[in-house]
Design a protein around this ligand. Structure first.
Ligand code: FAQ
Length: 318
């Protein structure tokens, strides 16, 4: 009897998803749908927060006041994205403290891309162009994801990511029209960031354990490989404007497919990075844990203030 009731609820849920009716926090949802969303949204939030570190590294060394102001604004935007996303995940019944703990203990992942170092100023331009570019490609479809709070958070995030992408491309355009040393710096950064950027879309579809179910629930609107191909197609044309090259000898327009063919991705590197063995994984987590510990007094003060205010309000009502 109880089993039949659950089957009916699951059918009604799937019908709503199929009709593109948004799922909201108080609606019934299968537990696995809830868990998948908590996993994806919290990992997305962690990526935004950890993603502040490689760029934050260049705030003090940005080459002009204008570049510094823009970079500060961008890094602050990433903090905001993390906050909207943590709030969206909280509507599914997990607390912020639990999510942060999962990040710090290595239970929750964050995007592989943020485990690579930012060695030169050109890396900041390349992150904007390629990393924010890949993020937008993945996130615009998430504005239509089936879970309401996640979809709504993504609208503003995507607008801001577009600005980030443009500022990155403009940094590279400036370098690509500069001295020979600046051009070389630009090409070197593209060489180092290209392959990690196309890994951001996740494993190939036939090695992705979550894609099929997430597509059925319309959490994901495109598969990892579909989005990766769209991104390669766009970048293969944009790099020509920079007069630079993508570091892939097999990159070639395929008229029959209507897409660029591209070389083999080093999946071994991807799996190593996401299991904690990338160039900067330990450094990134250590920086987050330190910031969290050093911020304990702020959380304590905010809690004490909220308690005091609540006591004052209840005294006024009485
Ligand atoms: N890195 O079966 P799938 C940004 C994991 S935000 C690390 O394909 P799914 C903004 C995956 O979690 C960038 N892990 O999984 C910014 C799963 O492991 P699990 C972040 C990855 O969820 C710009 C396993 O592999 N964006 O850049 C990665 O269906 C500049 C199997 O994978 C989002 O999070 C990876 N790249 O698809 C900030 C977008 N790929 O959880 C600062 C939302 C896969 O079972 C500066 N997320 N894994 O232990 C998504 O769209 C999806 O979660 C995917 C993965 C597409 C990332």
């Amino acid at each position: 009897m109880e089993k039949q009731a659950t089957i009916n609820l699951e059918q009604q849920f799937q019908d709503r998803v199929d009709q593109d009716i948004r799922i909201e926090p108080k609606d019934w949802m299968p537990d696995k749908y809830r868990q998948t969303l908590i996993r994806q949204i919290s990992q997305h939030a962690h990526s935004e927060i950890v993603g502040m570190l490689p760029e934050g590294n260049w705030i003090t060394r940005a080459p002009s006041l204008r570049r510094k102001a823009t970079l500060i604004a961008k890094v602050q935007d990433e903090a905001g994205h993390g906050l909207y996303l943590y709030s969206a995940a909280e509507t599914l019944g997990i607390s912020r403290a639990e999510m942060i703990d999962q990040l710090h203990t290595g239970k929750a992942k964050y995007s592989s891309i943020f485990n690579y170092p930012t060695l030169t100023w050109a890396d900041i331009g390349t992150i904007g162009w390629l990393v924010d570019g890949a993020a937008i490609m993945n996130q615009v479809p998430l504005c239509r994801t089936s879970y309401g709070p996640y979809a709504r958070a993504m609208v503003r995030i995507c607008k801001e990511e577009s600005f980030h992408q443009r500022q990155g491309f403009e940094i590279l355009l400036t370098l690509s029209r500069g001295s020979e040393a600046q051009k070389a710096m630009c090409q070197d950064a593209i060489n180092r960031w290209w392959w990690p950027s196309i890994m951001m879309f996740g494993p190939a579809d036939d090695a992705s354990p979550h894609t099929a179910q997430s597509m059925k629930w319309k959490i994901k609107r495109f598969t990892n490989d579909e989005l990766r191909q769209k991104f390669v197609d766009i970048c293969a044309d944009q790099v020509k404007i920079l007069g630079m090259e993508l570091p892939d000898p097999e990159l070639k327009w395929n008229a029959e497919r209507g897409h660029y063919d591209f070389g083999k991705i080093n999946w071994e590197e991807f799996w190593q990075v996401i299991s904690g063995n990338g160039p900067c994984n330990k450094e990134r987590i250590a920086a987050r844990v330190k910031a969290h510990e050093e911020g304990a007094w702020v959380r304590e003060a905010a809690t004490a203030f909220a308690t005091k205010r609540a006591q004052k309000q209840s005294a006024a009502v009485a």
